[in-house]
Design a protein around this ligand. Structure first.
Ligand SMILES: [Zn+2]
Length: 140
């Protein structure tokens, strides 16, 4: 069991590193669009170039890869075994930047939501997307 688990995790990380796969963002955008929401993509005017900006709801959505953004307590957020110092620095810097961007956006009056890649896995995706839609459209 342990071996199987680590093997899966490793191949997951390797696929993240090799390809610039933006699929999770596309899944989320497609869902929100199908629900009638309209948004801007990768808007560089805001800290962190958010993946999805919904001006009507004053809401911003980030879709984060668990590895690159160090999802807390997530099995996909594991440090690579080699070049540990390099990766530690890089990934913690990403995480710090995320937190900083979120604070800045909230200070500007935006509601900031984060969808994690692991929440878009088969068994969770439906719940995740429904929750996201509710969170976006619910009035503060
Ligand atoms: Zn995760």
């Amino acid at each position: 069991m342990v071996d199987k688990f680590s093997k899966e995790t490793r191949s997951y990380n390797m696929s993240r590193i090799k390809s610039k796969d933006t699929k999770p963002e596309i899944i989320v955008r497609r869902y929100l669009f199908s629900k009638g929401l309209r948004f801007r993509k990768n808007d560089k005017r805001y800290p962190g170039s958010p993946d999805i900006v919904l001006p009507k709801y004053k809401t911003i959505v980030f879709v984060h890869g668990c590895f690159w953004h160090l999802h807390d307590g997530c099995k996909y957020a594991v440090m690579p075994k080699s070049n540990v110092e390099f990766w530690k620095k890089k990934l913690y810097r990403n995480k710090e930047r995320d937190q900083h961007n979120k604070k800045e956006l909230e200070a500007l009056g935006w509601k900031v939501l984060t969808v994690w890649e692991c929440e878009l896995k088969k068994d969770k995706i439906e719940q995740t997307l429904e929750n996201l839609y509710t969170q976006i459209t619910s009035t503060q």
